[in-house]
Design a protein around this ligand. Structure first.
Ligand code: HPA
Length: 266
């Protein structure tokens, strides 16, 4: 079955019952192996989809150890053209409280030790990829429309601060990120969004706000709190994806993202 849309499930999006007629695949890539599931959406059996667990089964792989290159390469190899990623995030912006779903349109990159490009210079070429509009504008519109139809608290636009993790941030870091223009903070969007663009894939992130970031409210931050809020938002997220995936599958990668794919040898 032709399958052009993939869901990358982040923290708290592991429900294998989303997908039926499941076919588990291990894809061998130049960067290592990646696991994904092909199938159809249980509530829309005509709709094929690929599902990838970003953190592996049972949240086994922490954000700084994820093999992002293998994951994205595998999706592209399988014929995927559009990716909708979910990501749990903390909020730096009081207008984006827990429960909000933010279709981020920019990122700030504070990662430190990740393989973040397919163009690492080993073939003798230097490639600089345009990041003016890193998240696919067309796919964001389609997911936004799906969210509005579901009457979800979905917000168009926001700046995703990517930290190295796996620790949470200090309140001082959060204050600094807010001064720099950050809206939400998480540990995975970079390099995922960058690698998607390098492959010419349309990529959109639904950033699910699970908490106000460190220091913004009293108390400490726990991973369990993040999981609990994600669990509370599962049904809504699933309804949005159910509407959005067929819309994303309507055509191939948009002209913008396909055209933005850099050419090696520059
Ligand atoms: N910081 C970083 N990553 C996160 C957070 C946070 O506050 N919440 C969920 N993922």
């Amino acid at each position: 079955m032709r399958c052009t849309v993939a869901i990358i499930g982040g923290t708290g999006v592991y429900d294998p019952n989303w997908v039926q007629d499941r076919e588990e695949r291990i894809v061998h890539t130049p960067f290592g192996e990646a696991a994904l599931t092909l199938g159809t959406l249980k509530e829309a059996p005509a709709q094929s989809v690929a599902f990838m667990n970003r953190h592996g089964l049972g949240h086994a792989v922490p954000p700084h150890q994820i093999n992002y290159r293998a994951n994205l390469w595998a999706l592209s190899e399988m014929g995927i053209r559009r990716v909708v990623a979910t990501a749990a995030v903390g909020s730096l912006n009081v207008a984006m409280p827990p429960g909000s779903m933010v279709l981020v349109d920019q990122f700030l990159d504070f990662t430190k030790m990740r393989a973040s490009t397919f163009f690492d210079g080993t073939d003798g070429s230097v490639v600089h990829t345009d990041m003016t509009d890193p998240y696919c504008p067309e796919s964001r519109q389609r997911v936004f429309a799906a969210g509005q139809k579901e009457k979800a608290p979905i917000i168009m636009g926001g700046v995703y601060v990517t930290t190295e993790g796996p620790r949470f941030e200090t309140p001082a870091e959060i204050r600094a990120y807010r001064l720099l223009g950050g809206d939400v903070v998480g540990m995975t969007s970079v390099p995922e969004v960058v690698l998607a663009r390098e492959l010419g894939l349309c990529y959109v992130t639904i950033a699910m706000v699970t908490n106000f970031a460190a220091g913004m409210v009293a108390g400490v931050l726990t991973h369990q709190e993040v999981l609990d809020v994600m669990a509370a938002n599962q049904t809504r997220l699933r309804q949005i994806l159910l509407r959005a995936v067929p819309e994303l599958d309507r055509d191939d990668a948009c002209a913008f993202c396909a055209k933005s794919r850099p050419q090696s040898g520059a």
